[in-house]
Design a protein around this ligand. Sequence first.
Ligand SMILES: [Fe+2]
Ligand SMILES: [Fe+2]
Length: 177
Amino acid sequence: MGRLLRLLDGHEELRAALRAHQEAVAAGDLEAARTAWDRFHARLDAHSRAEDELLLPRLAAGGPTSVGGGVELFDREHRKLRRLAAAAHRRIHDAAVGELPPGLRVDWIEALHVLKELLAHHDERERAALHPVLEDRLGAAEADELARRCSDREAELAAAWTGPLGADVVEGPRSAS
Ligand SMILES: [Fe+2]
Ligand SMILES: [Fe+2]
């Protein structure tokens, strides 16, 4: 399997990171829940931004694909994931509670349902219409090099993450509307 396809393993790590947050919520450990949330959120933002910067322009450069997807779809889904994550971030960090009462634990876990569903759909679409398309189009050496740059950029962005991305990244430039 090429290195570009192995980037998709990052989706499994994202799922595991989100689950770690939910397990801390279920256990009522607010501090651990916030720490785990930030770990997930940083990785999600870094992962989607690295794709925006490095993978989507290469997909666009190759023209339309025969397998659906397309740059606009991936871009739209990344923005929606960031919007949902930013809303969850506010809920998790702004709650004026010292501990997590059982009702709030259930609310927080249920509130992530839409984000989890979108992550699952997005994984399917990238598996079908992003990474394999680039791998086919670029050839092994170039695809491996692109994958290496994408992983490095993701690690760099995750390490520099200090909170939800600004509205310009989440919503797109104002002039676009
Ligand atoms: Fe991805
Ligand atoms: Fe993505």
